[in-house]
Design a protein around this ligand. Structure first.
Ligand code: ATR
Length: 273
């Protein structure tokens, strides 16, 4: 019996998830098939129902459907409730849909993979959209001394900080309120997609600080190109992508795949693209 999984997105042809999960399946000898499904922008719910009716066992959900996926679940993990987003769907034994988000765990595992400790560190998170909302809970769980969230629309950053204030020391505001230096600066905006650089002060990084862009591509993002000459060590979101996939795979198959070889494979596939 081969179990069928897929990724829903629009667009979806660029998705690396099939490549990643095929590698995980081969490595762990799991009998699964993983495909990509283009759902209509206003038709996620029916695309999911069709997939389940055809025997589908679970799915990943990418842009722009993480909110739609959240809305159709019968049961949600506590981290998905906080994130108000779902990137992993599981069909339960009774045909009910369970939703979780593995994006935040993916980010924190990637940081751990690179031996970046967050405990007692000062973090800056840029952006206040769905991507940032999905990672704040696990970031706060790693006990940084403070998380500052800044966003072009400052009110969204302030609101986000309020929503997570029960989990740790987090404040939100506008770019021009930024003060002091940070040990880790995470760009969670979609600005990189259009080659935009958020308005950041030059003296942003402590000695030995890391700059992390949740986006990735064959070339460093404009944010990473800006951060490098200002002394930061650089990471893009490729490792986060692989780690969130590994956590989804674990939720479906109850087995943790190894990620190092898949990171290498994916980086090579980007260079060849
Ligand atoms: P996602 O699910 O990827 O987070 P989103 O919820 O639409 O997508 O959020 C996009 C984020 O990127 C927001 O924080 C957005 O800022 P606004 O809230 O002010 O819109 C930010 N963003 C997008 N383009 C940007 C740009 N060119 N410069 C700065 N921030 C940008």
């Amino acid at each position: 019996m081969t179990d069928h999984y897929c990724v829903f997105g629009n667009p979806v042809t660029h998705s690396k998830s099939p490549l990643i999960h095929e590698e995980f399946a081969q490595q762990t000898q799991q009998p699964i098939r993983y495909t990509a499904t283009l759902a209509p922008i206003d038709g996620f719910a029916s695309a999911w129902r069709e997939f389940v009716a055809s025997g589908g066992r679970g799915a990943n959900v990418t842009v722009p459907f993480k909110g739609d996926a959240y809305a159709i679940c019968d049961t949600l993990s506590h981290r998905a409730k906080r994130a108000k987003a779902v990137n992993t769907l599981i069909v339960g034994g009774n045909g009910r849909t369970y939703g979780d988000t593995t994006d935040g765990v993916g980010l924190v595992r990637d940081l751990a993979y690179h031996r970046i400790s967050l405990q007692g560190k000062r973090l800056l998170v840029i952006g206040a959209g769905g991507a940032v909302r999905s990672v704040l809970e696990p970031l706060l769980a790693a006990q940084p001394s403070e998380i500052v969230v800044v966003n072009r629309t400052a009110a969204k950053a302030t609101q986000l900080a309020q929503d997570f204030a029960d989990l740790g020391n987090i404040v939100g505001g506008a770019f021009d309120t930024l003060e002091g230096q940070f040990d880790l600066v995470i760009n969670g905006t979609s600005a990189s997609l259009v080659g935009d650089l958020p308005p950041l002060p030059d003296e942003l990084f402590t000695k030995g600080a890391w700059a992390y862009d949740m986006m990735y591509g064959p070339e460093p993002t404009v944010f990473l190109q800006w951060a490098g000459p200002r002394g930061a060590k650089l990471l893009d979101g490729l490792g986060m992508l692989v780690e969130q996939a590994a956590e989804s795979f674990f939720l479906w198959r109850n087995i943790h795949p190894e990620t190092a070889s898949v990171r290498t494979l994916l980086r090579q596939s980007l260079e060849l693209a």
